[in-house]
Design a protein around this ligand. Structure first.
Ligand code: ATP
Ligand code: MG
Ligand code: MG
Ligand code: MG
Length: 465
């Protein structure tokens, strides 16, 4: 089943259950200072859950474009390492705004997975929030999932393993307990069921999360009940596609294979299994859609997330031996794969390619020179990279810290992040002193007191997001 059919079936199913099909919102959330980039389907409905906004419908369904490359949900470091994480992905979702709750949400989910997408029930394992007897009972007694495949998971406080069945959009905002569905990709893949010591493996892959939206978390961490209990679900389109296309990794689905081949064509890589190709295929999607939604590479905020993603991709191209601009050429391939579903991409593709090319030209030379500095340093000490060198790479050669960290991780090198932070701090102090000096001259000249704000707006301050 191709991606387009998967999206279609999802939306039609929920439309048949009285949901209004709503378009994906852009990646930059409107008017929400708590969130840099849309990380899930519920973001465009945040105020509806909070009771601050109303819609002409109480049920909605979407295919939402999402980016997880910073903030509470950050998967940048997972890309190229797991079978299931992207920086950009599409989230299929259904929402109830004070309409149906747990029972219908679970029944719709099961009906769609087993009767529309025809997933074998025996390959599915579900989790519930450890105290949620109501959800447990629906799965066990109404749906008939065998008890050994219903797992109670905590809220990560004091839990032995990383699983967490209490979902929140960000540190503040709507949240609630959840129930999740996992697909078992088979015993030949390493990993264990959620809640087990091997849960971080890629055998049991989480495909769908149904959140029982019940609270708003404020800045002090206090939970207040929402005006009405609601439903927010999210299923990763690429993960479902992997299951439906009988492959294990998201990177093996049709859409990604096309992008990986294109990346190989542009970099000259011969081995299609090379991890760098996966990273490039992932990053061309994130970078392109961010540009479609109005972001341009810069040294702060959204623009710096974009710059980090692009530069990471370029470094992987460099690793494959490509030292000339290549990344922007993949926009045409992305357009073939996704332009139909996203007309905004098709419309903007020439501009997207242009923005990427300009960034490639900007970074090309410093990447080459920075890599030489890095190699020289690692030739001296193959196990540790000092903070001063990492800072020089950052400050003079435009290497975001996560890019340097990515190289260190590949080579098993320890990166002195504290040393990096100290070098950054030192540079700020110097800039401040220089700023005061200039300001003193200006104040004398103008004959009036002026508040110094110069160093606060220095680009270098903002690499940590
Ligand atoms: P995981 O535990 O695998 O990191 P998650 O629990 O962080 O996933 P949720 O926040 O519950 O994910 O998001 C809902 C769904 O979105 C997930 O069940 C999954 O199918 C999909 N999803 C989440 N993160 C990613 C990602 N980085 N790339 C692709 N799909 C994702
Ligand atoms: Mg995650
Ligand atoms: Mg999870
Ligand atoms: Mg989850």
């Amino acid at each position: 089943m191709k991606s387009s059919e998967i999206r279609d079936k999802f939306l039609k199913f929920f439309e048949s259950k009285g949901h209004t099909i709503v378009r994906s919102s852009p990646l930059v959330p409107g008017n929400d200072p708590t969130m840099l980039l849309t990380n899930s389907g519920m973001v465009q409905f945040k105020d509806v859950f909070l009771g601050l906004d109303t819609r002409p419908y109480s049920r909605a369904t979407t295919v939402q474009r999402c980016v997880r490359a910073g903030g509470k949900h950050n998967d940048l470091e997972n890309v190229g390492y797991t079978a299931r994480h992207h920086t950009f992905f599409e989230m299929l979702g259904n929402f109830s705004f004070g309409d149906y709750f747990k029972r219908d949400a679970i029944n719709y989910c099961w009906e769609l997975l087993t009767r529309v997408y025809l997933l074998p029930a025996e390959k599915l394992t579900v989790t519930v929030y450890f105290e949620d007897d109501e959800a447990y009972d629906i799965w066990a007694n109404e749906i008939g999932v065998p008890k050994e495949r219903i797992i109670r998971i905590g809220d990560n406080k004091g839990a032995r393993y990383a699983s967490d069945n209490f979902w929140q959009m960000a540190d503040t905002g709507p949240c609630g307990p959840c129930t999740e569905v996992f697909y078992d990709h088979g015993a030949d893949i390493w990993g264990g069921p959620p809640g087990s010591p091997e849960e971080d493996g890629d055998r049991f892959i989480e495909i769908w999360n149904l959140v029982f939206m019940q609270f708003n978390r404020d800045e002090a961490g206090v939970l207040t009940p929402l005006p009405k209990p609601s439903i927010d679900t999210g299923m990763g389109m690429e993960r479902l596609a992997a299951v439906l296309q009988h492959v294990h990794s998201n990177y093996e689905i049709d859409l990604f294979q096309a992008l990986i081949k294109a990346a190989a064509r542009e970099t000259g890589a011969l081995d299609l299994e090379n991890n760098s190709l996966k990273v490039i295929a992932d990053h061309i999607r994130a970078a392109s859609f961010m540009i479609v939604d109005g972001i341009i590479p810069s040294s702060e905020g959204h623009g710096y997330v974009l710059r980090r993603i692009i530069r990471r991709a370029l470094r992987h191209g460099h690793k494959l031996g490509q030292t000339k601009p290549f990344f922007h050429k993949l926009v045409a391939d992305l357009d073939i794969e996704m332009g139909e579903a996203y007309p905004e991409l098709r419309e903007a593709s020439a501009r997207v390619a242009q923005v990427l090319k300009a960034e490639e030209e900007r970074f090309g030379e410093t990447l080459e020179n920075g890599m030489k500095i890095l190699e020289a340093q690692l030739a001296k000490d193959a196990n540790n990279l000092d903070g001063a060198t990492a800072f020089t790479l950052y400050d003079t050669y435009g290497f975001p810290l996560d890019l340097t960290a990515d190289i260190c991780r590949e080579r098993g090198v320890t990166l002195d992040e504290a040393g990096f932070a100290a070098a950054m701090e030192q540079q700020k102090k110097t800039a401040r002193a220089a700023g005061k000096f200039k300001m003193a001259a200006k104040v004398e000249y103008a004959g009036e007191k002026t508040k110094f704000v110069g160093y606060e707006s220095l680009a270098h301050n903002t690499h940590v997001l």
